[in-house]
Design a protein around this ligand. Structure first.
Ligand code: AMP
Ligand code: TRP
Length: 344
């Protein structure tokens, strides 16, 4: 990760990130989040990763069995993508009460106007905001608490979460200023790599998403080889050959997306990829991409399926992770209460 943190050196370099257990993991989650989490785990950071089940109930009612299953499947996805519970803290949010406790404090720090400006709120609540849950509106304050209850300094996320991390910085700044302390770090969003915004395979202007009604729009981490190949074969493209330079992709959203995916999966830059494939037609490039995707993703989906047969092991990992998380969060929450004047 690039440097440039504005936090004081007193803060440990600590990464926090979270993913919601809703639906199946997509290639967007893998390239934009999981793959990068596994990389940062090997660098000079403490790493904390969270399955944010309390965020998962903000938008719609989740079927209880589906939420439990998605939580375990996401845990399996983390581990299969290389997150090692011996090296990183891995747990689900609801087992660590400190997140919700600090979120209450932040609900009293954040302003209505800040929340109303969140583009994700506007998108998700839409015209029917009177009927959206209070939790959906307050969600970014909970996200700020997720990060700051660990004094995390770096937050790897996809492009879509940048605004929420900026709000986290605003909350930390206001808290520090209001109470005259230098207590919460000003966390940095880390948005890097060729695939910080993987787009739908059907529409290059839309994000690849778990919640898109069309399954053909995304590659799920649980898709088998034939499904992956068929989705890539049918992915929308234009009739031109691939360019030899990145500039040639500027007005070609669908082509750019497929090249970005290829670059991210093969750990190459877009320029390097285009040096090899420039001039090729999609009829030639798509099979290359689908072979690469299958080669990279099938070991992960196989491992996820294996882990899902050992539910007890998954639950033990989450419980142990929650204990480790609590050990970091509890003293930070306690100190927050003291700063505010809440008698301990
Ligand atoms: P979510 O599935 O919305 O909980 O997102 C979990 C993580 O995956 C966040 O860091 C997102 O920014 C990232 N993510 C989700 N969809 C995409 C996508 N299409 N491209 C890149 N990153 C994504
Ligand atoms: N809001 C994020 C998403 O929808 C998930 C999330 C919750 C998160 N808490 C977080 C991401 C803290 C990073 C840090 O993708």
């Amino acid at each position: 990760m690039t440097e440039g943190v504005q936090t004081s050196p007193a803060f440990t370099k600590r990464v926090f990130s979270g993913i919601q257990p809703t639906g199946h993991l997509t290639l967007g989650n893998y390239l934009g989040a999981l793959k990068r989490f596994a990389e940062v785990q090997e660098q000079d950071y403490e790493t904390i990763f969270c399955i944010v089940d309390q965020h998962a109930i903000t938008a719609t009612l989740q079927d209880p069995a589906a939420l439990a299953r998605a939580t375990r499947e996401l845990t399996a996805g983390f581990i299969a993508s290389g997150i090692d519970p011996e090296k990183s803290v891995l747990f689900n949010q609801s087992q660590v009460a400190e997140h919700a406790q600090l979120a209450w404090i932040f609900n009293c720090v954040a302003r209505m106007g800040w929340m109303q400006r969140m583009t994700q709120w506007k998108d998700k609540a839409g015209k029917n905001s009177q009927n959206a849950s209070l939790g959906l509106f307050a969600y970014p304050a909970l996200m700020a608490a997720d990060i700051l209850v660990y004094h995390a300094t770096h937050v790897p996320v996809g492009e879509d979460q940048k605004q929420h991390v900026e709000l986290t910085r605003d909350i930390a700044t206001k808290f520090n200023h209001d109470y005259g302390v230098d207590f919460f770090p000003i966390a940095e969003p880390v948005i890097e790599g060729a695939a910080t915004r993987v787009m739908s395979l059907r529409d290059g202007s839309k994000k690849m998403s778990k919640s898109d009604p069309s399954d053909m729009s995304r590659i799920n981490m649980t898709d088998d080889a034939d499904t992956i190949a068929s989705k890539i074969r049918k992915a929308r493209t234009d009739p031109d050959a691939l360019p030899s330079e990145a500039k040639g992709l500027e007005d070609r959203a669908e082509a750019r997306n497929l090249v970005n995916i290829y670059a991210a999966l093969s750990d190459q830059s877009v320029e390097d990829v285009l040096r090899d494939v420039g001039g090729k037609q999609f009829s030639e490039f798509k099979p290359m991409l689908s072979d690469l995707a299958v080669a990279k993703l099938s070991p992960i989906s196989t491992e996820m399926a294996r882990l899902m047969e050992h539910q007890d092991e998954i639950d033990t990992i989450l419980r142990k992770g929650a204990e480790q998380a609590r050990a970091i969060a509890a003293p930070i929450l306690s100190r927050t209460y003291e700063i505010i004047g809440m008698v301990r």
